[in-house]
Ligand binder design. Structure first.
Ligand code: ZN
Length: 417
């Protein structure tokens, strides 16, 4: 069943657009990509006016206990969902679903991030959820340089695909200094060294310029957010270049924190193509905001940092920071909104954004089996009507999703296309 030909489509191969192309898939693997393919006995999808792309990669999310969040992401064409902090048991469960089901994204995960007692994100979770029964006893407590090596050993045993640092002092989000416990820069550097010795990439959470400088000095490979408390400085750009680090801006998250993106996001929450794919409670959440900011913080600082990092040649990858019940951080929908913002606010071209959501991410994390449409790769595919290399929102005209060559037939209660 997972052998077929898709023909007469515009193809985005992860890098560039090719008009009038065909793709042959056999047993879940892409076998041939060329202008025309003739092979008898196979199912043929002829789709003029459509664009075929690699399945999207959301480089930042938090799929917790339930399957419904990752399912929702899948309905938006996300065939690889990257978890950037979770309870270990939840990450194992998510990966198990990914193994058993083809109507579910493949899951990559750091499992637990390198947390510290009293630090991020337990501090904010306790405050937002008011869950007096939540337990944080089994979270890692990486408090000194000596804790780095055992933390990495556990991460490898757990099956972590990369390492995530949490470097948050509350500066950009208006939390008084000292309330959130933050690991010292030297501890973060020790984690990076231990991870690199084992060949693991390290991504860091930081929301302020100061915290961003510290994790870049500690040697991280990429940032999971850009900052929004101050304008970018040449020092930030230099450190990004020195590390050859990438940035995943999460402009959706910054806009939700400063509460300046509400109007733009509202139009998406009213879009039928979005509404038909999200759970009822998530429709409102699409344009709600977290509203946690220091007095001087501005969304524009985040947006301008992307413009300047891009101009300096820093790789940009694309992720949503989707998290259960979080305003402005809705699975699936907000990755599409992030792509829209990267084009319409930060000035990337649609093609650059398509690369940021497919091949650049795959390349930077070293996954040679996905992120492109080429012979030998997984047949994780997204078919949309129109031309997203001209209008990025055409990505919402979803007409087909395949994971490992298996065509998605919808989840109960949601429209298939
Ligand atoms: Zn996050």
């Amino acid at each position: 069943m997972n052998s077929f030909i898709i023909k007469n489509v515009r193809l985005f191969d992860g890098e560039n657009i090719h008009e009038d192309s065909s793709v042959l898939v056999e047993d879940g693997i892409i076998k041939q990509v060329q202008q025309d393919i003739e092979k008898s006995g196979l199912l043929i999808f002829s789709k003029p006016g459509h664009t075929l792309l690699p399945g999207l990669i959301d480089a930042h999310s938090h799929p917790y206990r339930e399957s419904r969040l990752s399912e929702q992401a899948f309905r938006f064409g996300i065939t690889t969902l990257m978890d950037m902090h979770n309870l270990h048991d939840n990450a194992v469960q998510q990966k198990q679903w990914a193994k058993e089901r083809k109507d579910f994204p493949d899951i990559k995960s750091c499992h637990f991030s390198a947390t510290i007692e009293g630090g991020w994100p337990a501090w904010v979770e306790k405050r937002l959820s008011n869950n007096e029964f939540a337990t944080y006893d089994d979270w890692p407590n990486v408090a000194t340089e000596d804790d780095a090596e055992p933390f990495i050993e556990t991460a490898i045993r757990n099956g972590s695909d990369y390492i995530k640092l949490m470097h948050e002092a509350g500066r950009a989000i208006g939390i008084k200094k000292g309330l959130i416990v933050q690991p010292r820069e030297a501890v973060q550097a020790a984690i990076v060294r231990a991870a690199h010795e084992r060949g693991l990439k390290v991504v860091a959470h930081a929301l302020s310029l100061k915290d961003t400088l510290e994790v870049l000095r500690a040697g991280v490979d990429g940032l999971a957010h850009t900052f929004f408390d101050e304008p970018i400085t040449p020092e930030v750009i230099d450190l990004y270049k020195r590390n050859n680090a990438w940035v995943n801006p999460t402009l959706v998250a910054a806009g939700s924190l400063t509460c300046e993106s509400k109007e733009i996001l509202k139009s998406f929450s009213e879009d039928e193509r979005v509404k038909s794919r999200v759970s009822t409670e998530d429709v409102q959440l699409i344009h709600d905001c977290l509203h946690m900011k220091s007095p001087g913080a501005k969304w524009e600082y985040a947006i301008d940092s992307v413009r300047q990092l891009k101009a300096a040649g820093v790789d940009i990858i694309c992720g949503s920071d989707a998290a259960a019940g979080a305003p402005g951080l809705v699975f699936g929908a907000n990755l599409h909104i992030e792509m829209y913002l990267l084009v319409n606010k930060a000035g990337l071209s649609p093609i650059e954004v398509l690369r940021a959501t497919t091949s650049v991410t795959a390349d930077r994390f070293g996954w040679s089996d996905r992120g492109r449409i080429a012979a030998g790769l997984k047949a994780d595919l997204l078919l949309v009507e129109g031309n997203p290399s001209v209008d990025i929102t055409d990505l919402l005209n979803i007409r087909g999703i395949w994971r490992d060559g298996v065509k998605f037939n919808g989840h109960p209660g949601f429209s298939q296309n």
